[in-house]
Design a protein around this ligand. Structure first.
Ligand SMILES: *[C@@H]1O[C@H](CO)[C@@H](O)[C@H](O)[C@H]1NC(C)=O
Ligand SMILES: *[C@@H]1O[C@H](CO)[C@@H](O)[C@H](O)[C@H]1NC(C)=O
Ligand SMILES: *[C@@H]1O[C@H](CO)[C@@H](O)[C@H](O)[C@H]1NC(C)=O
Ligand SMILES: *[C@@H]1O[C@H](CO)[C@@H](O)[C@H](O)[C@H]1NC(C)=O
Ligand SMILES: *[C@@H]1O[C@H](CO)[C@@H](O)[C@H](O)[C@H]1NC(C)=O
Ligand SMILES: *[C@@H]1O[C@H](CO)[C@@H](O)[C@H](O)[C@H]1NC(C)=O
Ligand SMILES: *[C@@H]1O[C@H](CO)[C@@H](O)[C@H](O)[C@H]1NC(C)=O
Length: 618
């Protein structure tokens, strides 16, 4: 509403010489096709305000990446020597030349310096400006787009920059990213004796009601504590052998989960869950709930169990809490992409959520040691420039010693009937998901059944554990040998549908079928690799507890250690397929495979390996 003032008062503030820009100098910087479900409606109003994020090229990213791999590789003498916030931020800085070129450009366009805000590394500049101004800066036109569900956004598929700026700027948003990340929790089913009599959980001898670990704790006891069609926290803790571990440094260690899309982790349901499935937990235990960029925390909103509104956040919070009680546990709820509302001309931040969340995390001096995320987009719907930059920010978290964990997706190699490129050629291809495809994160697939565990699927809701090879990110060297071996084992199977040189996932797996969680006070059953990511994250969190208690560094970015030695601590999954795209997808097999990675965690083995010295400074 009052941004006209910015346009006309700026000139006096600016003093530096004008060097870079003239209209004719512009060239297209980035273009990404509009996803098919979005239709262009009309030109965006000139006075609509957008909070623009300008990502300046980080001068030393290759050095940061090198340091990430050093501190994460047990064979390297720097293993475990994670970067301080200051060291990481120094490596993320733009060059002085880039910063001054961007300042000159904004200056020349009469953007007042006092309206700019900076990330701690100054590699991000954020500024709220009216559409008319941004259209001039980026030599583009914004339109209002609407999707199938009636959501409206202001976007442009393509933007330009003066040629001299191309190498100084990685990405500018919101521009051409339309995606809404999807939650990976599948179909909520309410398990209530009245609704599903065969799942009557009332008999007191039912495994469900067992909350005390059996002695001795061994997988031989699984049948006494587990029901494959209603997987409880005790079953998971017995299966992955954390059940008799008591956290030693719960206040020094920390774990976090992220929530997007208006999901709230319901504290009341969390406590009901603990009272049923983790009876030893004190009911004053809870997570620290932080909202970012308009994220929400609707604790008192009435829901019924048919709403399915918060099932993702509840699943994640309850799974983690059940495993890691009483460790410091944080929930980050990030808003983003609020729909365009024509009547509101106050600045609303319509950036997509990952960058907002990452900006918040990287500004923290002490980020949590492990972070679980169960959301993702199909990679080809995410602009390359955006994916690349978000992935670089994830590398920065890894370099600082954070284990960043994502779920692999719930549609195998892609949903039947949808598997083609969106570059206009409709070339058939498997559909990898992002951020699962980022080489600096640990990606977790799902399993089901107990002896043996197999690759997860559920015919009732078309769920198949996600798998893929990136078309954006090259295969990192840590997984070279494993992936080559696997690809040669499958020969020409599905050749041409996937990228043989791409980063391959999942890295590991964990149960992702028929979890029993509490939803609006009732027991419910959920499927999805959404369940797998928090479970794997919890096991890593408890390994960190043992490491920190022994005076060692936490695990940090897991993959280089995982692919070199740590895989010995995982149960190989050899049965099942990551189906999809109207094919049988990728089969599991002996050793690393594209359906299950290295398999599911055995806490005692991983902890043993870690404490024995492949982890931590020697
Ligand atoms: C657990 O398994 C062990 C063998 O590993 C067995 O001796 C013990 O009786 C089992 N406990 C229960 C309660 O089934
Ligand atoms: C989130 O909630 C806000 C406020 O209730 C609403 O305007 C918005 O549409 C919701 N966003 C999503 C993605 O559901
Ligand atoms: C929570 O309750 C336990 C006892 O159940 C008590 O020891 C502890 O101090 C309490 N913590 C807080 C933060 O109130
Ligand atoms: C919760 O997190 C916020 C933001 O990080 C922090 O300021 C606050 O001290 C934390 N509260 C507790 C009880 O740990
Ligand atoms: C939170 O849980 C309480 C109790 O289970 C329930 O009444 C309420 O509807 C829930 N709120 C949301 C937003 O799920
Ligand atoms: C395959 O992946 C590489 C990166 O590893 C990328 O450069 C190439 O464009 C991808 N091919 C296709 C067809 O997307
Ligand atoms: C997808 O296609 C495969 C192979 O044609 C088929 O076996 C499977 O049932 C289909 N899945 C769904 C969810 O339709």
């Amino acid at each position: 509403m009052k941004f006209v003032a910015i346009l006309c008062t700026a000139v006096a503030v600016m003093a530096a010489p004008h060097t870079i820009t003239s209209r004719g100098d512009f060239a297209v910087k980035d273009t990404h096709s509009v996803p098919p479900q979005w239709k262009k409606l009309r030109k965006a109003p000139a006075d609509h305000t957008i909070s623009l994020r300008i990502g300046l090229t980080q001068a030393s990213f290759s050095e940061l990446e090198k340091r990430l791999f050093e501190v994460s590789d047990p064979a390297n003498e720097r293993y475990g020597q994670h970067l301080s916030a200051e060291e990481a931020r120094n490596l993320a800085k733009p060059s002085a030349e880039a910063l001054s070129a961007v300042h000159d450009w904004l200056h020349d366009s009469d953007v007042r310096p006092d309206t700019l805000t900076y990330s701690p590394s100054r590699d991000w500049i954020t500024v709220a400006l009216p559409v008319a101004k941004i259209e001039q800066l980026l030599n583009t036109e914004y339109h209002v787009y609407e999707n199938d569900e009636g959501t409206k956004l202001v976007r442009t598929p393509e933007y330009s920059l003066p040629r001299g700026l191309h190498r100084h700027i990685d990405v500018i948003q919101p521009t051409n990213y339309f995606g809404h990340p999807k939650a990976m929790a599948q179909t909520l089913r309410v398990v209530d004796a009245d609704i599903e009599p065969h799942l009557d959980l009332t008999p007191p001898d039912y495994p469900w009601h067992r909350t005390k670990p059996l002695s001795p704790y061994s997988t031989a006891n699984l049948s006494a504590v587990c029901d494959e069609s209603a997987v409880t926290n005790l079953c998971l803790r017995t299966l992955y052998r954390t059940v008799d571990y008591v956290p030693q440094v719960p206040e020094l260690n920390s774990v976090a989960m992220t929530a997007y899309l208006n999901e709230t982790a319901n504290i009341s349901d969390f406590h009901v869950f603990l009272s049923r499935q983790r009876k030893d937990a004190s009911l004053n235990y809870t997570y620290n709930y932080t909202t970012i960029n308009g994220g929400i925390n609707f604790q008192s909103l009435e829901t019924t169990y048919y709403d399915q509104r918060d099932n993702e956040a509840n699943l994640d919070a309850q799974t983690i809490g059940g495993f890691i009680y009483p460790t410091d546990f944080r929930v980050y709820s990030t808003g983003g992409s609020p729909p365009y509302t024509p009547d509101i001309s106050t600045p609303t931040n319509t950036n997509e959520p990952y960058l907002e969340w990452l900006a918040y995390m990287l500004a923290l001096d002490s980020p949590p040691h492990t972070i679980s995320t169960s959301y993702g987009d199909y990679e080809h719907t995410v602009p390359y420039s955006y994916a690349l930059r978000a992935c670089q920010e994830l590398a920065q978290l890894g370099a600082r010693g954070v284990s960043v964990v994502f779920s692999s997706g719930d549609a195998g190699v892609g949903p039947n009937g949808t598997c083609s490129s969106n570059d206009g050629t409709n070339t058939p291809m498997f559909l990898p998901t992002f951020p699962a495809s980022c080489p600096y994160v640990t990606t977790v697939g799902g399993t089901r059944n107990l002896s043996p565990e197999v690759v997860a699927y559920d015919v009732l809701n078309d769920y198949v554990s996600g798998s893929g090879l990136s078309n954006y990110f090259q295969r990192p060297s840590y997984q070279n040998a494993a992936v080559k071996k696997y690809l040669s084992s499958i020969g020409s199977l599905h050749a041409g549908l996937y990228n043989t040189s791409g980063r391959a996932y999942p890295d590991i797996s964990a149960q992702g079928y028929h979890y029993v969680v509490v939803y609006a006070g009732l027991n419910a059953i959920l499927d999805g690799t959404s369940a797998s990511a928090p479970t794997a994250t919890s096991v890593l969190t408890l390994v960190n507890d043992a490491l920190i208690a022994a005076g060692k560094s936490p695990l940090g970015f897991l993959n280089p250690a995982l692919y070199s030695t740590l895989y010995h601590g995982f149960n190989d999954i050899t049965i099942g397929n990551a189906w999809g795209c109207d094919t049988s997808g990728f089969p599991a097999g002996k050793g690393w495979d594209l359906a299950s990675g290295f398999g599911t965690p055995d806490f005692k083995k991983i902890k043993g390996l870690a404490l024995a010295g492949w982890a931590g400074p020697h």
